[in-house]
Design a protein around this ligand. Sequence first.
Ligand code: CA
Ligand code: CA
Length: 477
Amino acid sequence: MNRWFLIVIFGWLSVGQLVAEDRPNVLFISIDDLNDWIGCMGHPQVKTPHIDALAERGVNFTNAHCQAPICNPSRISMFLGKLPSNTGHYFLAPGFRDVAITRDSETLFQYFRSHGYFLSTMGKIFHGKADAPSFDHIERSRGWRRGAKKVRYTVPGTHPLWDWGVVDVPDEEQRDYQTAAWAAEQIPTLAKGEKPFFLAVGFHLPHVPIYASKKWFELYPIDDVVMPEAPEGDLDDVPETGVALSLNLTAPRDEWMRETGEDRHAVQAYLAANSFVDHCVGILMDSLQSSGAVDNTVVVLWSDHGFHLGEKKKWAKRSLWERSTRVPLIFAGAGISGRGVSVEPVGLIDVWPTLSELCDLPEKSDLDGTSLVPQLKEPGTPRKAPVITTFGKDNHSLRSRDFRYTRYMDGTEELYDHRKDPGEINNLAANPEYRAEIAKLKKWLPNVNAPAVPGSRGSDSPLYGEGKGLQNAMKRK
Ligand SMILES: [Ca+2]
Ligand SMILES: [Ca+2]
């Protein structure tokens, strides 16, 4: 090749690429177990003004879904950029550094570190301890948090974490507040640093125990609480495998919740916790604004999976229904010219390639996700592929713009038409009119279904013969 031609090409490349110190910062905000009960995703009652304001100034993906409906595999998938079906990480344990297939994997955070970013974190980002190679600085969580003592209840037959109610602890002394306050204090210093920063902040609420101080509960008087739709007999058209997969041995029984009236209290607590977490997000955003770094920072806010509050007779996560898979996903800030809502099917798996492109890092070829930059420029840009959620080997759910199609390990199916059934009440899988739609969606099921990694446990589903989590929990009581 002609020498002059090469010089021209390299000259052109160097113009197109940002040098490390000019790259935008990243503020990465995770909220544990937050379903779509935020104002900007359409909940009729919840008050989340700060998250809504963030959505207003960026792109709000209202059809975003996790790749696994439970903490550990959802986060592993997102941080390694790999679908659960490609790694075999399906359940609460083991961690990704504990098994050969992912022991040496590079995380999203390491990738940014290796490209000149300063990586700092506090709170729950990884499930369990923060991954040391991922960060330059790990701040330990502090503040009042779940202790051994319950505030209100001992729910029969559940994990000890299951509790909710008002706590008589000032907000300033609570864990998520302290995480927000620490991060807010860091932002002005980080903004002055030589390197661009990547600050990962992880809030624990509204994960159980669902505690908040009185003022947050007072936003939702108990008699005014809007209960979610949960029609009788909704599970009658769900395949047995789907029910068994989703039956959560460590969550409260729905019958108990309804008989005792605790369903209403738990919904109230969840709303209160969401408003408190929203307040913590506001603390971060105020700091970013006053630091002067707001225009040069990409903000991404997400949750690791959804949460049932009585829909389909279920409490907590661990199902392949919308209530477990749908998550908030908001991008705002540097390089995001679009404004508004994108209803295209997207996943947490797409966050890494998106951040890479926004920050002008080299494209990493082996990621399973696809960059959302086209939607960040124009939210209506269509996406071809449905987004996939996997729970346990060989159980997959595909979400397109209008449909959810689920196929369990034994071949049984569900199909919901979201244009007229957003609550996923009527399973249409057996309806011949939808045969063509099912055939179209089915093509997107993964060809690879990796065996569960050694030491897999924590499904809490009778389908996997588990219940150990519950037995251990009962022993601790
Ligand atoms: Ca979680
Ligand atoms: Ca039904």
